[in-house]
Ligand binder design. Structure first.
Ligand code: FES
Ligand code: FES
Length: 221
């Protein structure tokens, strides 16, 4: 088992990769969040990100550069307290919408077969697989990704860092989000609760024991 505490201050890696922020850790290997104001167009999705959390900006179907078809629908999403109106096709999956909105912690480790848990987000209080969720079914949904968990539960992120839960880090955001959903539902989970909650998350690097320690620590045990 890896050493639990690392010297050198919060989240640092002495002689290694250098300081790592909670937010970078939550996102995993990519540390970009492009939720600033302005239009973003890609892959059949046209949206305008609200520059201020809580402020909604409308999508503009048919606007120059967009790829809007007759079958597209506009949905409203609240993601980590940011409000979006997004034009999506009927077959567009939620994972792709979230990534194109800049929430790059939402991963894909199984080609969208629903087998790995790396795309997990919390939607209306429940952990779901965003790769198996059609975006058109999510109108009005309130969604939390790992970027949001870094803000709403920094204690959990700290516990993940201090317990060395990450090797390559690709699976980590999915684990973090699933653990956050468990703690929201059950602030003092047992080890068995944690094993069951995280049972759908796959880690190819084999970090499983560390997640148990991290969630117990975050729960204050
Ligand atoms: S990408 Fe693997 S479960 Fe969604
Ligand atoms: S840390 Fe590499 S897949 Fe989990």
């Amino acid at each position: 088992m890896a050493e639990k505490k690392q010297p050198g201050g919060e989240g640092s890696r002495e002689g290694g990769l250098g300081p790592i922020s909670r937010r970078d850790f939550a996102i995993g290997s990519v540390a970009i969040l492009s939720a600033a104001g302005g239009d973003i167009r890609a892959g059949g999705i046209v949206q305008r990100a609200a520059p201020v959390p809580g402020q909604t900006a409308r999508a503009e179907p048919g606007s120059p550069g967009g790829q809007i078809s007759d079958s597209s629908r506009i949905i409203q999403l609240t993601v980590n307290k940011w409000k979006f109106e997004v034009s999506v096709e009927p077959e567009t999956i939620l994972r792709d919408v979230l990534r194109q909105l800049g929430f790059l912690s939402v991963k894909d480790m199984c080609n969208g077969y629903g087998a790995c848990g790396s795309c997990t987000v919390i939607m209306d209080g429940r952990p779901i697989l965003s790769c198996l969720t059609l975006a058109v079914e999510c109108n009005g949904a309130v969604i939390e990704t790992a970027e949001g968990v870094a803000e709403s539960n920094p204690r959990l992120i700290d516990a993940y860092i201090m317990n060395n839960c990450m090797q390559c880090g690709y699976c980590t955001p999915g684990f973090v989000v699933t653990a956050k959903a468990l703690l929201d539902r059950k602030p003092k989970p047992t080890e068995q609760d944690i094993r069951e909650a995280l049972g759908g998350n796959i880690c190819r690097c084999g970090t499983y024991p560390q997640h148990i320690l991290a969630v117990l620590e975050a729960a204050g045990d």
